[in-house]
Design a protein around this ligand. Sequence first.
Ligand code: VG1
Ligand code: CO
Length: 552
Amino acid sequence: MIRTVATQPIAGMKPGTSGLRKKVAEFAAGHYLPNFVQSVFDAVRPGAGFGGQTLVVGGDGRYHNDQAIQTVVRMAAANGFARVLVGQHGILSTPAASAVIRAHGAFGGLILSASHNPGGPDGDFGIKFNGANGGPAAEKTTDAIHACTQRITAFHTLDSADIALGALGTVHVGGCAVEVIDPVADYLALMRRLFDFDALRALFAGGFRLAFDAMHAVTGPYAHALFERELGAPAGTVRNGRPLPDFGGGHPDPNLVHAHALHGLMMGRDPHEPAPDLGAASDGDGDRNLIIGRGIFVSPSDSLALLAAHAHLAPAYAGGLKGVARSMPTSGAVDRVAAALGIPCYETPTGWKFFGNLLDAGRITLCGEESAGTGSDHVREKDGVWAVLLWLQILAVRRQSVAELVHAHWARHGRNFYTRHDYEEVDSDVARALMQALGAQLPALQGTTLAGRRVALADDFAYTDPVDGSVSRQQGLRLVFDDGARIVWRQSGTGTAGATLRVYIERYVPGSADAAQLRQDPQQALADLVALAEWLAPIRARTGRAAPDVIT
Ligand code: VG1
Ligand code: CO
């Protein structure tokens, strides 16, 4: 019944920071999805074919997820996979997909998600390939996939009825066994091995209050199972826990703009509910985490540093960390912890795919990004629910508030004041021109003094992978001052409309500074650098905007 369907290349199928993301309408039209899926298979097919191999398939439940899964399943069967594991209802969070790939020795997986991008018929859709280590394909693979999309002439599928995604169990599609699995089970088993669940149960039994906002995205089922059923947190701990195809009309990006209700609650601004002890949220596909203590927002860069400093309190990391890594724009807070622990700290380009080699080689145990992504060697993706569990583990052992932990951390290691300013849907030509002009200016800035600071380094960040020697260029323009302050400019690789410009700004204040100085508002503490950034690359002036669209 296998059919080979003639097709033609479709332009623009270049995976970005994390897979291919486009508007739903584009993905759903004609041969768009089949072309990409076939190109993935063509790029990664081993010499012996896919016989005997398992493919994992799941998504974040957004609009078009279920239909896309049926397409992928038919194509996987037609391309010779022996077995396909699909999350029930088409659901698998990104970290759970990674866990399933690893637990079942799969060849790899296709994750259907546009992550933090909005969903619904007018929203975004996305797809990415993860390999046998459970991690996102490295650049050389995504480049090979892109090359296949440019020369594709046919794809393989077969005629078969849709599989019932709601029913657990195995059905056969052609010669392929398609198993609909519980999307939570493997992940839950893994979390039980990493953390001391008895200690977490005791924490909740003692009245500790968590507010977890699943943003009507994929983490709902995981959070209900873990926090409420497994750890005994009261019903209602998980908010917006039902995955919806349009995320309830919201934008599943756990930042202070899109998770403002949670932020208000944690700052004590909800008249109906006192602020809980810990507030957390995750994104569309469950790999990000937002952490807010009562009365205190923890920046993702600080959260990474705090987790690194206290990870040994969880059974999985009791033996210490081999090393840590952060993406280049992420603040240097974790570097200071690594120095104090005497372990290496790696600086990678933006995107989780760059951590894979370091994790596989055993060089690092923990890693993270300023964009609210934190993870460890337990999977090969960032992991939102895991990060919340690690925070809970630390709070359960230390019996201190989030604010106390953060303040003690700043007093010991100093504080890296940090902010990211995003300008969304900028005209692509304007964005390109701004970045080009700035890039051209950089070499001459080296060694000069700007607004009272000496420029120690001004370059376009290039990364040489220490494991396989591969080089990735043009990973962000950076200006580093000799006092550790930095300004970084990058163009987003996940957007689907126009260009998104990100400006990352950081300044270090030593722990010996007085508490008032350490506890300043970051926007105030960074105001001079924000002004300098605009002077060097006049984004507001060129786009006619008074302020960034999102400040995190
Ligand atoms: C953004 C973040 C990056 C993250 C990526 C995928 O990329 O900056 O840190 O890895 O999203 O996260 P960009 O290119 O738009 O800056 V997710 O949760 O959307 O898979
Ligand atoms: Co995500």
